[in-house]
Design a protein around this ligand. Structure first.
Ligand SMILES: [Mn+2]
Length: 286
């Protein structure tokens, strides 16, 4: 019986957060989250899953584009080794690099993003900020809007023109209030169907700022509103279980703003839930 391989890659880079005017600090996320994860994995291993640490990308200083290119190359390598990558940020701009690798490998992809924001800001004057990853994926045709689902937006600060851009691209937006009305399970069921329609792989993203600040204070832009801890853990489990999911991007955890390692611990728990889901994917024979 073959094991499922998982490749964990850290990207300690938050220059994109600085460029958008946010509070940098997410570059400290990968080592802290890995440390926490390894502590837990010592006592709790998944017998059907082999976990390989691919280390951390050495970022190209003040150069998101080149850093993302390095991410794409390494994620390609992980895929070639038949492993499912889990990419830990860093700023959310990094997801462009990892999702692009999945698009190269699988041709047609779907993308699900759990986030307080849309992250479809345009790249102005070549400035690739942490608010741009999905705009870039859509514009560079790695992703078709019809297979893109955003879950959890609630902030009154999100721009109307970004919403309109998404509608024009035929993307799907499920706002927090609506998700709470229909339940997170139902919302994800919808999201995964949309992402899988006529595609070969689905990418699953969590921006930790989509979670309520009482559970995840350690990020650039914490908000009082958002998903609960229970909800977000459920999303990672469901994503792990879904056989179409070929990449998990876990972004924006910023240890310098964390309180008692709450956010780092939550991030490690999210990976564990994803792994738990993956191990069940296996036993389903899928
Ligand atoms: Mn984001």
């Amino acid at each position: 019986m073959n094991k499922i391989s998982v490749g964990i890659l850290g990207v300690p880079f938050d220059y994109g957060v600085k460029l958008v005017g946010g509070r940098p600090g997410a570059r400290f996320g990968p080592p802290k989250i890995k440390e926490e994860l390894n502590k837990t994995l010592k006592n709790k291993s998944f017998k059907d899953i082999e976990i390989i640490d691919y280390g951390n990308i050495t970022p190209v200083k003040k150069d998101p584009k080149k850093t993302h290119e390095k991410v794409t190359l390494t994620v390609n390598k992980i895929i070639k080794n038949h492993a499912i990558p889990i990419v830990i940020g860093g700023g959310h701009d990094i997801s462009f690099g990892s999702s692009k690798a999945i698009a190269q490998a699988y041709k047609k992809i779907g993308q699900i993003n759990i986030d307080a924001h849309y992250d479809v800001r345009p790249v102005i004057d070549g400035k690739i900020t942490s608010g741009t990853p999905f705009r870039r994926l859509l514009e560079e045709k790695h992703l078709n809007g019809k297979n893109f689902v955003e879950l959890g937006v609630h902030s009154p600060k999100v721009l109307k023109e970004h919403y309109e851009y998404l509608m024009q691209k035929k993307a799907t937006v499920l706002k927090l209030d609506y998700i709470n009305k229909i339940t997170i399970e139902k919302a994800l069921e919808k999201a995964f169907l949309i992402a899988a329609k006529n595609t070969n792989a689905t990418v699953f993203d969590i921006d930790i700022d989509g979670v309520q600040s009482r559970f995840a204070p350690g990020c650039s832009a914490p908000g009082i509103k958002g998903f609960t801890k229970k909800q977000i853990l459920k999303t990672a489990y469901i994503a792990g279980k879904n056989k179409n999911v070929k990449l998990f991007n876990l972004m924006e955890v910023s240890p310098p703003y964390d309180i008692k390692d709450k956010t780092v611990k939550l991030a490690a728990d999210l990976i564990l839930q994803f792994l738990k889901g993956l191990s069940e994917r296996k036993s389903n024979g899928s």
